[in-house]
Design a protein around this ligand. Structure first.
Ligand SMILES: N[C@@H](CCC(=O)N[C@@H](CS)C(=O)NCC(=O)O)C(=O)O
Length: 198
């Protein structure tokens, strides 16, 4: 059984939601970041960055929420959280899965902190444009790939819920509100919330 290292009030919510969507058994290993558990040597052997979430699958270990989402979606193809190889939707799936940590996260942090960056030097470019691109992509819905819910929604949806709704780091938009509502209405999201609340 895979082991998920997680902490309450953290980005590991996306991995809890992910596993709840698969319906597969998994072991939760509480790594409470408020106690410094993420800096213990045995945890650093799993994720040298000292961050949650992280995952162990037998001999394999990995971290980074989006990588965990991609890995678990591939391990459990029956959960249909990723378009299979050869499916034309896979291109956009990979695009959005990488766009979230590569562009959305840093753009939100930049907007919240108001740190000036040269948009040509910054890999995510212009932060406001990132928000506009995401807004445009979510306008139609219901999911980032249209009718197909995927692991990319788990990563983008948890990120928006965290940054826009819970922490109000950037102003919401109607498309974000409707999307977060759709995510939050999923039974797996609600189970993950209960788990995260302890
Ligand atoms: N890039 C990582 C970020 C993970 C992250 O920032 N985790 C935070 C909690 S939200 C953490 O573990 N913080 C503890 C620390 O920095 O000591 C991911 O996407 O998984």
């Amino acid at each position: 059984m895979m082991q998920l290292y997680w902490s309450p009030r953290s980005r590991s919510f996306s991995s809890l939601w992910l596993f709840e969507e698969t319906g597969q058994p998994y072991e939760r290993v509480l790594t409470d970041i408020s106690t410094g558990a993420q800096r213990k040597l045995e945890y650093l052997a799993i994720n040298p960055m000292g961050k949650v979430p992280a995952l162990r699958d037998g001999e394999a270990t990995l971290a980074e929420a989006a990588a965990i989402a991609a890995y678990v979606a591939e391990r459990y193809p029956e959960a249909k959280l990723a378009p299979p190889l050869g499916d034309s939707l896979r291109a956009k799936y990979l695009y959005w899965l990488f766009f979230s940590p590569g562009c959305i996260e840093p753009a939100i942090v930049q907007l919240a902190t108001k740190i000036e960056m040269n948009p040509v030097a910054a890999g995510w470019g212009d932060s406001q444009r990132v928000i506009d691109v995401l807004d445009n992509a979510l306008e139609k819905g219901p999911w980032i790939l249209g009718d197909n819910f995927s692991a990319a929604d788990i990563i983008i949806g948890s990120g928006l819920n965290f940054a826009v709704r819970l922490f109000k780091m950037v102003p919401s938009r109607p498309s974000f509100d409707a999307y977060i509502d759709r995510c939050a209405a999923r039974p797996a999201f609600q189970r993950a919330e209960k788990i995260a609340a302890g």
